[in-house]
Design a protein around this ligand. Structure first.
Ligand SMILES: Nc1ncnc2c1ncn2[C@@H]1O[C@H](COP(=O)(O)OP(=O)(O)O)[C@@H](O)[C@H]1O
Ligand SMILES: [Mg+2]
Length: 232
């Protein structure tokens, strides 16, 4: 299997009132297709910053991010929005569900956004309502689909967030401390879902986690330290 994601010498600084801080100092990471990798490291070291850059949610100050050898930051903004929407699923520590919408509507959201992006085509011909129902059922949420996030447990909310991330059948899921806000058993349940998706559908995972025992079950572990990434 080939390399799916490659970061080349990624640097990132932020300008703050206290001056410029350099968070990423040259990150080189290669993730193979179908691989599940974890990134660990102390709080504030830059893990979320890197994940956001890999997911094209933020620009690097320097360096390139390639998906299948394609430089994503060289795309125009429309193509990049479409790429992010269809190829990448995000799962965050705080699920970031829309509180006013039901579980079903939250899962549907990426498909509705996709329709509003020009030049799509990927999901034009599928019944998005049926698809959302299928995913909700796969994640064991059928009985909760008409509930709003506030009416769901932490684990259910995170499963809705996973369902939303999977709605457009992404090749890659980027997860930023996806179990950080959950108790051990519920975190384990979410991680098991990731492992199944990886094994059965070949989805590639990059998971930032504080949970050492979960990180050890990934194919490879990377540690971030002093703005650099080391394979453990
Ligand atoms: N938008 C921003 N502006 C200024 N500083 C930021 C911004 N985002 C992150 N940082 C700083 O970058 C560093 C790394 O943050 P982050 O990537 O969130 O770390 P981690 O996810 O490893 O805890 C922190 O010192 C944080 O304060
Ligand atoms: Mg973080």
């Amino acid at each position: 299997m080939g390399i799916l994601i490659e970061t080349q010498n990624i640097k990132k600084s932020f300008k703050t009132e206290a001056g410029e801080i350099q968070v990423l100092k040259g990150i080189n990471l290669k993730v193979n297709e179908g691989e599940m990798v974890s990134i660990v490291g102390a709080s504030g070291v830059g893990k979320s910053t890197l994940l956001h850059i890999i997911g094209a949610l933020d620009n690097p100050t320097y360096g390139r991010v390639l998906y299948n050898d394609r430089d994503i930051f060289s795309m125009n903004s429309n193509s990049l929005a479409s790429f992010r929407n269809t190829e990448i699923g995000f799962v965050f520590q705080f699920h970031h569900l829309l509180p006013e919408f039901t579980a079903f509507e939250n899962v549907l959201m990426p498909a509705l956004i996709n329709r509003s992006i020009k030049n799509n085509g990927r999901i034009k011909n599928i019944d998005i309502y049926k698809k959302a129902d299928e995913i909700i059922s796969q994640l064991g949420l059928s009985g909760r689909k008409n509930h709003k996030p506030g009416e769901l447990s932490g684990g259910e909310q995170q499963r809705v967030a996973v369902a939303r991330a999977l709605m457009l059948e992404p090749k890659v899921v980027l997860a930023d401390e996806p179990t950080g806000n959950l108790d051990t058993a519920t975190g384990e349940e979410i991680f098991k879902i990731f492992m199944e998706l990886n094994k059965e559908r070949g989805i590639t995972f990059v998971i930032v986690t504080h949970n050492e025992s979960l990180s050890k079950r990934c194919h490879r572990i990377f540690k971030m330290q002093d703005g650099l990434l080391f394979e453990k």
